[in-house]
Ligand binder design. Structure first.
Ligand SMILES: Cc1ncc(COP(=O)(O)O)c(C=O)c1O
Length: 416
């Protein structure tokens, strides 16, 4: 294979150059490499292909919008029809009354936006000292400045210096740790608490029973804004439009991306409760001086609308919950394999197989080896994380696909 000029994200380019895995085509849960070999996309690419690949309705919607108005900014009072429609539809799905939607280009962008809305909100409310952002260990909030600063996966912060001084992390499974940390910082200095309903890239960690309900109550008690990071969990992954709905929690802000377009074009956003939006919407003279060039990009929004249509018409949103047990059951007994420490899942259509510390000590490249074996020998694409391998197939996947995933794990683990 030839060398490359493409600098891959999250990659050791010394190892990747000359060894790229090049995909060419996709259809539903399948993708094909440039040699025509077929692979089961057991991860929905980077957790986003909720409707599966290659839907012609989306291509048609994108082509139609390109022919009308391919792009135009929405700063100030400019708008376009698809952006207005996406905002209205997303607001109607949100578990907050009269929600407002700020559109972005992706998940990391949405985290930046949510953090700035939170701080600006407190500034407008006469509490400018509220600047601290609390997140959870193992959390992943993207790789922009704020996302790096609040990252719960330590390796994603290492070596970059400090992006935000007012960023603290608490144990991902202990509500008392949140209370303690708010008290330690001083509640009057805390702006927001960020939580993924199910931690994704940090290893697929469903919340401890009662955790989200308890932390939402603690945040409410201290006036701290609760930000549900739904970049993975939204749009059906947990069987609802937004995963947090399963826990009866009403967040102040929601960040979303990925499943809103199933990745056909990049789009993300932040949903704000009416209360958080009020200082900006109900009072004059206060612009929120933030926004990216491609916010509200009409062609991306047209892709989102077509994707939302498919999620609705094909009843895909509820499948995230219907399939959670079958997926978990298909993988669960892998925990009996000597190379495996634990299998996590059962909340939404995502799961992870954690390798045993002894396996990783003996072979630090074991996670990569399992991923490579599954791909090359079984034609199944798994997501390699730090010490685990994750699966999060498209919502169109069936139990037959779960069997293929299981077989790929069996063969790959045996090969170690
Ligand atoms: C929970 C969560 N938040 C934020 C992000 C960042 O999104 P993006 O990669 O679109 O910037 C991700 C990406 O995987 C994510 O999983």
């Amino acid at each position: 294979m030839t060398d490359t000029s493409l600098w891959h994200p999250f990659a050791d380019m010394h190892a990747v150059r000359g060894a790229e895995f090049v995909l060419e085509r996709g259809e539903d849960v399948w993708v094909y490499d440039t040699g025509g070999k077929r692979y089961l996309d057991a991860t929905a690419s980077l957790w986003y292909s909720n409707i599966g690949h290659g839907r012609p309705e989306i291509a048609a919607a994108i082509a139609a919008q390109l022919g009308k108005l391919e792009a135009y900014g929405i700063f100030g009072n400019f708008a376009n029809v698809p952006a207005k429609e996406v905002a209205a539809r997303v607001a109607s799905y949100a578990p907050m009354a009269d929600a407002k939607v700020f559109l972005t280009s992706g998940g990391g962008d949405s985290i930046e936006t949510a953090a700035k809305i939170a701080r600006r909100y407190w500034n407008a409310k006469g509490e400018p000292e509220r600047t601290h952002l609390i997140s959870r260990t193992q959390s992943y909030h993207g790789t922009h400045g704020v996302g790096t600063g609040i990252a719960g996966i330590g390796a994603n912060r290492d070596g970059f210096g400090e992006f935000i001084r007012e960023a603290e992390r608490v144990a991902h499974d202990d509500p008392a740790a949140l209370r303690k940390e708010i008290e330690r910082i001083g509640p009057e200095k805390v702006a927001a608490f960020f939580a993924e309903p199910v931690i994704g890239a940090g290893g697929v960690i469903p919340p401890a029973p009662g955790y989200l309900e308890a932390t939402a109550a603690i945040a409410r008690e201290y006036g701290v804004l609760f930000v549900a990071d739904e970049v993975i969990c939204g749009y059906g992954r947990l069987g609802r439009w937004f995963g947090i709905e399963r826990f009866g929690v009403t967040p102040d802000l929601i960040t979303f991306a990925k499943g809103v377009t199933s990745g056909y074009l990049p789009l993300g956003g932040v949903i704000a409760s009416a209360e958080v939006a009020a200082p900006f919407w109900d009072e004059g003279g206060r612009a929120f001086r933030h926004g990216a060039t491609y916010a509200g990009h009409p062609t991306c929004c047209a892709a989102a609308l077509a994707n939302l249509d498919i999620l609705e018409q094909d009843n895909l949103v509820t499948r995230g919950e219907q399939l959670e047990k079958p997926l978990y059951e298909a993988l669960r007994s892998l925990a009996d394999h000597p190379a495996v420490a634990e299998v996590r899942g059962g909340v939404g259509l995502l799961a992870a197989v954690e390798l045993h510390p002894d396996t990783l000590a003996a072979n630090p490249a074991a996670v990569a080896a399992v991923g490579a074996h599954a791909r090359d020998e079984s034609g199944v694409l798994l997501r390699t994380l730090n010490s685990s391998l994750a699966v999060s197939p498209p919502l169109t996947a069936t139990e037959e696909h779960f069997r293929l995933i299981r077989q790929a794990f069996d063969a790959a683990l045996d090969s170690l």
